[in-house]
Write a protein that binds this ligand. Structure first.
Ligand SMILES: [Zn+2]
Length: 366
């Protein structure tokens, strides 16, 4: 009787009431909160908008944020789709979704803030610091301090695409578990960078995954689908969402041993010979560089067996420029290549199935 009684009590246990940016959000309530940031010099207000979904029942508090670099857009649409997901009505715990963190950079379509600083090198920031430092400090004070877990969404820089990948500090057990469950085949054990959100989260004991996919200032449907799906996978792993009735096969993730950039051996105009996700062997030609009237090509060669996880899309290159980001997996390269093939087929084969993403519900999907 005792045990039964206990279970009944825990079932009725209510989630906490959350106060964020001065707004109180009760269990079972869903709202958005605008937190003031530095106004523009045109006298126009600028606000950090946080969507709060506070579940009825207790559980982890997860933040999902995008556009810390103001020109990285895939994450903005990933969050829009996430917030449209029907099963959020059954959420346990709390979801804080911030589609645009660097609002100033987003307005100017720039990675940086108007003061030229990189927000992701300005954490934890300070209320009396630079513009970037103040935005960082607001984020820590009003969002991070509530959270138990986080997912930070990024893309490659301008003219550079990244294969969908998770970067995380895999020495932390919980972070590693979530990284492997996200559902992308490539995982990088990434060192913490000074001043990054990831570093501040780590200092606060918050496991954080960084999802990197696609290119700045562009939408990429596959990257967006895989990102939205990945967040749901993590939320299920954290038991914030009910388990799927028919468990889906999550692509097996493999941790890269190492990754390095191959740089341009000389300046010129490059024709690429490989695509993102390609498996290359030592000595394979990645690209050919010539001057515009040149008849002689210089070859850009793969230094080792690897998977191409990032590359430039701009054919105009200077000597020393980073062209191809290669990840090595030693004996597992073949496995990664085949996981990537399945991954690509899964997320690109739904061209006519947009309805899944309008008030979507994945119980119908495989
Ligand atoms: Zn970024």
């Amino acid at each position: 009787m005792e045990a039964k009684h206990k279970r009944t009590v825990s079932r009725r246990e209510k989630n906490r009431t959350l106060t964020i940016g001065g707004v109180t959000v009760s269990p079972g309530e869903r709202t958005s909160v605008d937190i003031p940031l530095a106004a523009m010099y045109t006298h126009t207000d600028v606000e950090l908008t946080v969507h709060v979904v506070n579940g009825r029942r207790p559980g982890p508090c997860l933040f999902v944020c995008a556009a810390i670099h103001g020109d990285e857009l895939n994450g903005v649409d990933i969050i829009r789709r996430l917030l449209d997901y029907k099963q959020l009505s059954q959420l346990r715990g709390t979801l804080l979704a911030i589609p645009v963190v660097n609002v100033h950079g987003f307005l100017s379509q720039s990675r940086y803030l108007p003061d030229g600083r990189d927000l992701n090198r300005s954490f934890p920031g300070s209320e009396r610091g630079s513009l970037a430092g103040r935005v960082a400090s607001t984020f820590v004070r009003d969002i991070l301090k509530h959270c138990t877990h986080g997912i930070d969404l990024h893309t490659g820089a301008r003219h550079r695409s990244n294969l969908p990948q998770i970067r995380a500090d895999l020495s932390q057990e919980e972070t590693r578990r979530l990284a492997m469950q996200f559902g992308v085949p490539v995982v990088l054990d990434a060192k913490l960078r000074d001043g990054s959100l990831r570093e501040t989260a780590a200092d606060m004991g918050i496991p954080l995954l960084l999802y990197e996919a696609g290119e700045a200032l562009r939408f990429d449907e596959l990257c967006i689908r895989a990102g939205a799906r990945g967040i749901l996978n993590v939320m299920r792993e954290l038991e914030m969402l009910p388990a799927r009735k028919r468990p889906a096969k999550v692509p097996e993730a493999v941790v890269a041993d190492d990754s390095r950039w191959v740089r341009a051996p000389l300046s010129g105009v490059m024709r690429s010979r490989v695509q993102l996700g390609a498996r290359v062997k030592k000595g394979d030609v990645l690209g050919l560089i010539a001057d515009p009237l040149g008849f002689k090509d210089a070859e850009v060669l793969a230094p080792d067996e690897a998977i191409v996880i990032g590359m430039t899309n701009l054919p105009l290159v200077h000597e020393g420029e980073a062209l191809y980001h290669l990840a090595s997996f030693k004996r597992q390269t073949g496995q990664v290549a085949s996981e990537l093939q399945g991954f690509h087929e899964r997320f690109s084969a739904q061209e006519d199935e947009q309805p899944f993403f309008v008030g979507w519900d994945d119980s119908l999907e495989n």
